[in-house]
Design a protein. Structure first.
Length: 191
């Protein structure tokens, strides 16, 4: 008959803490010569203990909003039609550039990354990183290196979402100044 191993509280706590820093809990359990289901049970008990302490102290966890809306399509700027119409196959370079803006959470705040990609070779032709969503800090600074990397020599479709960064007068005027650039915007919820 096998006898059960007894583990002291300190070993359990250290094992649970270590398990939060490892991807493969089963492998950790194997390394520590314990059964994986035992480790899962210890983790559950530790969580229940934390919840009980917080409840006793009148504390609640606060879940921060993880999603930041970057495409504000509720603006008064003119929106253009969708020339791309989800046709992502092009026959050569500099026919269609697509742009998007995403957010990056940092320790202190959010950063906003704007990227312009040529659909032909899927290469980034321009990008910018900023602390604000203003057009002068996002899409315009991404556009400038894009046209330096790939000068516009023929008609180009510039496709983006309906966010105010791409729809505003400053950026519209900038693109119109090139003559060969046609703006395209996807409808809500599409690329």
């Amino acid at each position: 008959m096998k006898t059960r191993k007894k583990y002291d509280q300190e070993f359990k706590q250290m094992t649970v803490e270590l398990s939060h820093h490892r991807e493969d809990i089963s492998k950790l359990a194997e390394e520590l010569d314990i059964k994986p289901n035992l480790l899962y049970r210890w983790r559950k008990e530790a969580k229940q203990a934390r919840v009980a302490i917080m409840r006793k102290e009148g504390l609640r966890s606060v879940v921060r909003k993880k999603f930041v809306v970057t495409a504000d399509s509720k603006h008064n700027y003119p929106v253009v039609g969708n020339l791309l119409n989800r046709n992502f196959l092009v026959s050569g370079p500099d026919q269609v550039w697509v742009s998007d803006l995403t957010y990056i959470r940092t320790y202190q705040d959010w950063l906003y990354l704007t990227v312009i990609i040529d659909l032909w070779d899927r290469k980034v032709v321009g990008w910018s990183l900023s602390r604000s969503l203003k057009t002068v800090n996002t899409v315009i600074p991404a556009w400038i290196p894009a046209i330096k990397n790939r000068p516009i020599t023929r008609e180009l479709i510039f496709h983006s979402d309906r966010g105010f960064q791409s729809a505003c007068n400053e950026f519209r005027t900038l693109l119109e100044g090139y003559g060969l650039v046609k703006r395209s915007m996807s409808r809500k919820g599409n690329c």
